[in-house]
Design a protein around this ligand. Structure first.
Ligand code: SF4
Ligand code: SF4
Length: 323
């Protein structure tokens, strides 16, 4: 290897190390470094460094103009809306043996997310496997799939999957193409054809403190964008349960952390794995490969009378455009 080649290689390694150093500073420290790099050097110490600026160009700066920033171990623990809560995997369990279509879940969800009617994020369906089996009530929310088709098809990255399991929509970014609605095999997404009509709950709303953020997707809903159940990230960030869980008078919904193997409906806390094993828990249309984060316990040994829920029953048309 010639001398020139050796020098070139050393320079490359040297540069690589420096670039590595800058990369390690990424995150909360980078803005400080970037602003330093964007500044015009006002003195010359005679010691130069080669660095990459924010445009991707290699530039030379005086080494005294670079401020090292310590990488904080707390950085990874910080909350990021698109990443979610670190080291968490949120799941829901719905006990179909307890549901009697009281619809308190839907009312609470509607109220806290400012939606009504066919645009409800949680719907309770009248189910019957065959004419020889008893009907039952089945609440359906977004399944927060680990393999979400909705996320795959979104052309603008408006809908995204977080590491803590939540699938959310950034309504500021959504262009309303509705590809995600077509892709979702559970048909749980809804489209805001008009400014949301909050009906009677409008009078209870105080919108003044709401700033649209990806985390508060659809709050209040935006015309021309898609909405869906978000697992109440604003609540779980405060160590509270989603609104449907706390509102249900029958303890149908359990929510928890798969990594901790624990779920609770607010009254009792249970081992997730044992609950699913003991009660033959399953996931809705699991064969599609969607890997939902919502589990169902079958409606065996019913604790409620199906007929009690008939008076609240509504057939939903969540996708069709109003006349
Ligand atoms: S249920 Fe539908 S909207 Fe929810 S994550 Fe799965 S594919 Fe996406
Ligand atoms: S409607 Fe919005 S969230 Fe859905 S695919 Fe289109 S841009 Fe993405």
């Amino acid at each position: 290897m010639g001398k020139e080649n050796k020098n070139t290689r050393r320079k490359f390694l040297d540069k690589g190390l420096k670039l590595g150093f800058i990369t390690a500073l990424s995150g909360f420290g980078i803005s400080k470094v970037a602003s330093k790099l964007n500044a015009t050097p006002n003195h010359d110490s005679g010691s130069k460094m080669e660095l990459m600026n924010t445009n991707g160009d290699i530039i030379q700066v005086d080494s005294t103009d670079v401020t090292p920033v310590e990488h904080s171990s707390d950085h990874d623990k910080k909350y990021n809306v698109r990443e979610g809560m670190p080291n968490r995997k949120f799941v829901m369990v719905v006990d179909l043996a307890k549901c009697k279509n009281a619809l308190a879940c839907q009312s609470a969800c509607n109220k806290h997310h400012y939606v009504t009617g066919d645009n409800a994020w949680i719907k309770v369906y009248n189910m019957q496997e065959s004419k020889d089996t008893a009907p039952y009530w089945m609440p359906v929310t977004c399944q927060h799939c680990d393999q979400p088709a909705c996320v795959t098809v979104c052309p603008v990255d408006a809908t995204f999957k977080r590491k803590d399991g939540l699938v959310l929509i950034d309504n500021e970014r959504c262009i309303g193409c509705r590809f995600c609605m077509a892709a979702c095999p559970y048909s749980i997404r809804v489209f805001n054809w008009s400014e949301p009509d909050q009906g009677e709950i409008y009078v209870d709303m105080d919108m003044s403190h709401h700033t649209p953020t990806p985390e508060h997707a659809g709050k209040p809903s935006k015309m021309g964008t898609v909405d869906k159940c978000d697992f109440c990230p604003h609540a779980i960030k405060n160590n509270e349960l989603p609104h449907c869980v706390t509102a249900c008078p029958n303890g149908v919904f359990y929510f928890g952390d798969k990594y901790e193997d624990t779920v609770t409906n607010g009254d009792e806390s249970l081992r997730l794995s044992k609950l699913l094993e003991d009660k033959a828990g399953y996931r809705y249309m699991e064969a599609l490969g969607t890997e939902p984060s919502v589990y169902y316990l079958p409606p065996t040994d019913r604790l409620v009378d199906f007929n009690d829920g008939l008076e609240n029953y509504t057939e939903y048309e969540s996708v069709a455009k109003p006349e």
